[in-house]
Design a protein. Structure first.
Length: 179
């Protein structure tokens, strides 16, 4: 269900967006807390390894949801800051960030779609992070060795032609005149 990627020591996973919703339903919301902890840990590890730490604590983020969600405000702050961290990670990776307004509307109207939306954005970040490194390793491994300077081919010299204009067509040389 999840593909693991290692980026400079940070272990991240590409998860199926609707799998989060399904597991949350099956486990009566427990998996949502586990998922929230995991993505916050992945964001912390990735941003630190990329040299731009986001400064989050995954444990505090989960505690803001439960039991902090009982008084509502800590959970809202945790979701807001988590969405901002996902957007910042997109900027670090050079991908298009999640839209905060779409995330807010999904949070209010259809909460499972909010989690799926954040996971899709994270999947784009993790794919962008994994692709250049894997592609660069493959290119370097397949690259031919450089030729010594004396073995390198040289460009051919100019070709000499008779470019004298013909009497019938002054713009064409005589040997290319139509018959």
């Amino acid at each position: 269900m999840a593909e693991e990627i290692v980026f400079q020591g940070a272990d991240v996973k590409i998860r199926h967006p609707w799998g989060i919703w399904a597991l949350g339903i099956i486990t009566l919301g427990i998996y949502h807390l586990v998922w929230w902890y995991k993505i916050n840990r992945e964001l912390r590890d990735y941003s630190a390894s990329a040299g731009q730490p986001l400064g989050n604590d995954p444990t505090a983020s989960v505690l803001a949801l439960f039991p902090g969600g009982i008084i509502i405000v800590p959970a809202l702050v945790s979701y807001w800051r988590g969405t901002k961290r996902v957007m910042a990670a997109s900027g670090v990776a050079g991908t298009e960030p999640a839209n905060g307004w779409i995330a807010l509307i999904l949070y209010i109207i259809l909460f499972p779609a909010f989690a799926a939306y954040l996971q899709v954005s994270l999947n784009h970040v993790w794919t962008a992070v994994a692709s250049p490194a894997a592609g660069a390793r493959a290119l370097v491994a397949d690259a031919p060795e450089a030729l010594p300077s004396e073995a390198r081919p040289t460009a051919p010299g100019p070709v000499e032609r008779d470019t004298a204009p013909s009497p019938d067509r002054p713009d064409l040389p005589e040997d290319t005149q139509p018959a």
